[in-house]
Design a protein around this ligand. Structure first.
Ligand code: FAD
Length: 510
């Protein structure tokens, strides 16, 4: 078991794997810790649409404009410049073996997505993320300098000021020297020390009742960094996808916006059309949310009956199969849909090379806030951000070889936590976040959520102290922390912007 390494990467999605490969190729030893296996729990695996490349020379400027427009005046222009200028070479370097769709001349095909001015997206059917992750995983696993430990979760960062046995270390600049890791199988906790530590744990969609994200996207990295005193920003900007398939008892499955582009209509419980299906993503998500709240519905309907079976099967193979496996035939059945938390634009504040406000700690991908997405994200730029920041972060790392501090060993409690309690607390977090901190917020709703989550966090922290730590408990503690950060971010931001929408602020202008 490795307990000391040059670089520790926490998270095995596109960002973590890219950084690992760049570091490994530079002769640096890397340990990747991931709570999932083969990257399958990562949101990167779930990406359906694609990854933005470029369409023709001169597209750079137009691409930047598209990103800035989506970001609603809040983008970090330097970050946007880096994404657009470094994106194509990063794709050519790391993703050249991905089986992206090709045209009849053998060149990569490019498709156009909503809010992109030109066709510039590389794709692989409607399972682009899976194709990318299979390629990266293969490379990471076969690299001699990269070790991957799966089914393990980081619990907390080890910092000089919090954990060193040397008392004077509290006067050193805040510095991260590793992390405490929980092995799911052995249920043991051990400390891993590294000269540089990279958080690549993804976003926090799982804090909401409805989400397109996987179970492990509950803001672990953000919560860990926050507890260590690292700067977090823009948490209120959570992007909601308008349509996810609603099947009770199942995770929500993303139904691409292209369905509405192809003629899909949204119908209320009375089968009346209540919103222009081609309105922007945010407008549609809010309209569905409001329709559900006002009419007391669990979902609304997406009607694709305007298209025939053959067309739908060819154009949306994975979606068609997913629905068909549940007895829904898109050419003749209405599809139950809800909006769903999709992407966290905010996170750990970082610079162009992923540096955080703490020495020895970087953050990349969805867990980080480089400012590239501003107040809202343009489609197909998240995978690209993971790739570009993964590479740039790794390129800029030079190791300062020094001794690791002596730290207190992990003290495991003995109290077995009741699973019913964990389930109930998650329900409270998810319902509260959905109803009060979801697509349509108000000051009253946010204050209510804040109060409830503070109390819940207090309760969770109280039993966490003495508990026997399990992956479920670790997840709950982080989920509650991340939910509170989103809520408090929204409370501090009384003006609507991008995907953060406060209803009282708009009313003031009516
Ligand atoms: C359904 C869906 C469709 C999408 N479609 C697109 C698209 O078409 N194009 C696009 O650009 N973007 C898309 N996105 C967004 C994009 O997929 C993500 O933003 C991006 O993949 C995030 O990459 P990441 O490496 O930062 O994190 P992730 O890919 O989420 O990886 C995070 C990793 O961290 C691990 N982890 C989490 N907590 C811990 C912990 N405590 N300890 C150890 N490991 C931990 C997880 O297991 C996982 O391996 C989509 C997202 C979803 C959910």
């Amino acid at each position: 078991m490795i307990t000391e390494t040059d670089v520790l990467i926490i998270g095995g999605g596109i960002a973590g794997f890219t950084a690992a490969l760049e570091l490994g190729n530079r002769g640096i030893n890397v340990l990747v810790i991931s709570s999932s296996v083969k990257g399958e729990g990562a949101n990167s695996w779930r990406a359906q649409g694609g990854i933005a490349y470029f369409s023709q020379s001169g597209d750079e400027g137009v691409f930047k404009e598209d990103i800035l427009k989506a970001g609603d005046g809040l983008c970090n222009k330097k970050a946007v410049d880096q994404l657009v200028s470094q994106g194509p070479s990063a794709i050519e370097e790391f993703l050249k073996d991905v089986p992206f769709e090709k045209d009849r001349f053998g060149k990569w095909s490019l498709t156009k997505e909503g809010a992109h001015s030109t066709p510039r997206i590389l794709f692989q059917g409607d399972q682009t993320g899976k194709a990318i992750m299979e390629t990266l995983y293969e490379k990471v696993r076969s690299h001699p300098l990269i070790a991957v430990y799966e089914n393990r979760s980081a619990i907390d960062l080890i910092t000089l000021s919090h954990h060193s046995k040397k008392v004077e270390d509290i006067y050193e600049p805040p510095t991260c020297v590793g992390a405490y890791i929980l092995c799911h199988e052995s249920e043991k906790v051990y400390a891993v020390f590294a000269q540089e530590n990279i958080l690549a744990t993804g976003g926090g969609g799982e804090c909401f009742l409805h989400t397109t994200n996987g179970k492990e996207a509950r803001g672990d990295g953000i919560a860990m960094a926050y507890r260590a005193g690292v700067r977090i920003m823009n948490m209120e900007y959570v992007q909601y996808h308008p349509t996810a398939l609603y099947i009770a008892g199942e995770p929500r499955f993303l139904l691409s916006e292209a369905l509405r582009g192809e003629g899909g209509r949204l119908l209320s419980g009375n089968l009346e059309e209540f919103v222009d299906p081609l309105a922007s993503r945010d407008v549609v998500a809010r309209a569905i949310f409001e329709e559900m709240v006002q009419s007391d519905l669990n979902f609304v309907w997406l009607d694709m009956r305007c298209k025939g079976k053959a067309y739908l099967m060819e154009r949306f193979p994975a979606i068609y199969k997913h629905c068909m496996d549940r007895g829904l035939y898109m050419e003749k059945d209405l599809l139950p849909v809800v909006p769903a938390a999709h992407y966290s634009c905010g996170g750990i504040a970082v610079d162009l090379e992923g540096r955080t406000t703490m020495r020895g700690l970087r953050a990349i991908g969805e867990v980080a806030c480089s400012g590239v997405h501003g107040a809202n994200r343009l489609a197909s730029t998240a995978l690209l951000e993971g790739l570009v920041w993964g590479r740039e972060c790794a390129k800029s790392i030079t190791l300062r070889k020094g001794a690791f501090p002596e730290v207190e060993p992990w003290k495991m409690g003995s109290l077995k936590v009741d699973r019913a309690l964990i389930q109930q607390d998650w329900l409270t977090i998810k319902q509260t976040m959905w109803n009060y901190v979801g697509p349509l917020r108000s000051t009253f709703r946010l204050k209510r959520a804040n109060k409830m989550l503070i109390e819940l966090k207090w309760e969770i922290d109280a039993f966490y102290e003495d508990a026997f730590l399990t992956p479920d408990l670790l997840a709950l503690r982080n989920g509650c922390e991340a939910a509170l950060l989103i809520t408090q971010g929204a409370l501090r931001s009384p003006k609507s912007r991008g995907c953060h929408y406060i209803v009282d602020e708009k009313l003031a202008f009516v």
